[in-house]
Ligand binder design. Structure first.
Ligand code: AMP
Length: 288
């Protein structure tokens, strides 16, 4: 049997989301206290290699894992020779440029040539500043860029920002976004040839879970006379499904796929129409 080895962050910000999405396609992944490096997670077909998010692009490029989950920021920064297969719907953050709150600088255009920028993303930072025609000095650090302006070693920083609270606590103000990041699934190029079918099976499964995650399946009994009004706000995947209810000619059963954020508004409209038996249930997988 062909085994697909998946690189998964074993700790840090992407670990629980990675384990969760793999569990949602039936793989038995636990981020544990045991110190195993490799675990069989799916009937001898899938194996997990636990590693740091930062090392996963390298491991996938080298073929230590066939595919891997890591941050887009890390893939772009390291520019390893891997294929990007899929955006996963967690781990959102932005690589941003920030200045001290007291600075007058509002945009990169106003940054002086020769300014020192502290970052753990030297390549993306250098490229961004030079794309704006700015010559800055990059101070490469391995983390905690946010403290460097206050200790006088840098004038500005680039760092990953999710809510902005770390910047605020350190009296920094974001000015521009270099990159929007999320967790991504990447693949080893050779594995894409030798294990294409198995990797595609995994990718399609993940895709269907992601597609389903923000959708709900709605069922309701609706007065037949109001059916015409329905199609405008109940799109479904290809229009709502309408079924007869045994013994009732005045009501029909309607099923539709709706966006999670529309659920409350649609329930109100349905009730106004005289709908009964309204049910909203989660969808496990969606393949269009
Ligand atoms: P780790 O160093 O293992 O915690 O993982 C860091 C990765 O998590 C980053 O490279 C990003 O892809 C992702 N991430 C998501 N949100 C944030 C955030 N607010 N700060 C840092 N990393 C984040």
């Amino acid at each position: 049997m062909v085994i697909v080895r998946i690189g998964v962050p074993s700790k840090g910000r992407l670990s629980s989301g990675s384990a969760e999405i793999l569990r949602s396609i039936g793989l038995n992944v636990t981020i544990g206290n045991d110190r195993r490096l490799l675990a069989d997670v799916g009937k001898g077909k899938y194996q997990v290699l636990f590693a740091n998010a930062k090392d996963i692009p390298e491991f996938v490029e080298a073929g230590a894992a066939d595919v891997g989950i890591t941050g887009r920021d890390l893939v772009e920064e390291q520019r390893k020779a891997v294929d990007k297969l899929l955006d996963l719907n967690f781990g959102s953050c932005r690589l941003m440029i920030a200045v001290p709150e007291t600075s007058n600088v509002q945009s990169v255009d106003e940054v002086r040539d020769g300014a020192v920028v502290a970052t753990s993303f030297p390549r993306l930072t250098r490229e961004y500043f030079s794309s704006k025609g700015k010559k800055v000095d990059i101070l490469e650090i391995s983390g905690a860029a946010e403290v460097t302006p206050s200790i006088g070693v840098a004038e500005l920083i680039t760092d990953l920002v999710e809510t902005g609270s770390t910047l605020r606590v350190n009296h920094l103000r974001p000015i521009e976004t270099i990159l929007e990041s999320r967790a991504v699934l990447i693949a080893n190029r050779q594995s894409m040839e030798t294990k294409r079918t198995e990797i595609e099976e995994l990718t399609f499964a993940l895709e269907s879970v992601i597609a389903a995650s923000r959708k709900r399946y709605l069922m309701a009994n609706v007065p037949a006379s109001r059916l015409e009004d329905l199609s405008s706000f109940l799109p479904g995947v290809s229009g709502p499904t309408v079924m007869n209810i045994m013994g009732r000619s005045d009501m029909v059963a309607v099923h539709a796929v709706i966006a999670e954020e529309d659920v409350n508004a649609i329930i109100v409209i349905l009730k106004e129409m005289g709908a009964t038996g309204i049910l909203v249930v989660p969808i496990e997988r969606m393949v269009s």
